[in-house]
Design a protein around this ligand. Structure first.
Ligand SMILES: CC(C)(COP(=O)(O)OP(=O)(O)OC[C@H]1O[C@@H](n2cnc3c(N)ncnc32)[C@H](O)[C@@H]1OP(=O)(O)O)[C@@H](O)C(=O)NCCC(=O)NCCS
Length: 190
């Protein structure tokens, strides 16, 4: 199957319905870690749940309304990147991600998101990519920062997660900002 190399034995490819068992195994290895801030492990609770969630993304993809992409490290599915919301006419989408703990700390999500943001801005004409993140989720906020996003605000206690009300930060990057940052990187200007 076609894939994009992220280097160091990591690959980014579409995550499809037939990956349900691999997705469940990935979530099982990271259930506690991933579930601290996001509801994905609660949805992917068994094989039927994994299949149903992937099917919902296959439906989104067929409607050009979203997509999910897996990150494989040395042949094992270790996480994913997604466009939960994708509005082509409006030029706005919302990205998200997860990793099992053994795959964290290697830059896989940052590298993978850069590939997807290039595609979103340059091939699909997006103008704005958004990142909604729990205010307590430091690693994910660090990803937003590394992607050159700007913190635009805070929704106070808007999300009920496992019985606890949490606040959500919104971060975003616009197409001209993305291009300027990429041009700076290309010229060695970090
Ligand atoms: C959010 C999450 C994906 C971040 O994982 P992460 O491994 O920190 O993010 P990346 O894959 O981009 O890796 C960045 C880390 O690798 C390091 N790194 C190593 N090589 C790197 C490279 N080539 N490029 C960038 N970073 C690199 C960075 O320094 C950073 O480590 P640090 O935080 O100790 O400084 C992870 O914490 C997670 O899955 N959490 C649970 C689910 C979740 O919260 N999802 C987000 C919902 S909004």
């Amino acid at each position: 199957m076609y894939a994009t190399s992220l280097g160091d034995g990591a690959e980014l490819k579409p995550l499809e319905v037939w990956h349900a068992a691999e997705l469940l195994a990935n979530i099982d290895r990271g259930r506690e870690f991933i579930g601290r801030h996001v509801g994905l492990p609660d949805v992917v609770s068994d094989l039927a749940g994994a299949h149903a969630w992937l099917k919902s993304y296959a439906d989104k993809r067929s409607a050009d309304a979203g997509s999910v992409h897996g990150i494989w490290l040395d042949g094992t599915l270790v996480g994913g990147l997604l466009f939960r919301v994708w509005d082509t006419p409006g030029g706005v989408c919302e990205a998200g991600c997860w990793l099992e703990p053994a795959a964290a700390g290697r830059g896989l999500v940052t590298r993978g998101m850069r590939v997807l943001l290039d595609w979103a801005f340059e091939e699909r004409g997006m103008h704005r990519v958004e990142w909604y993140v729990s205010a307590a989720n430091e690693p994910s906020i660090a990803v937003a920062r590394r992607l050159g996003m700007t913190r635009e605000g805070l929704f106070r206690e808007n999300y009920l997660h496992r019985g606890v009300r949490t606040s959500t930060e919104i971060w975003a990057v616009l197409a001209p900002e993305w291009r300027a940052a990429r041009a700076g990187t290309a010229h060695g200007d970090h």
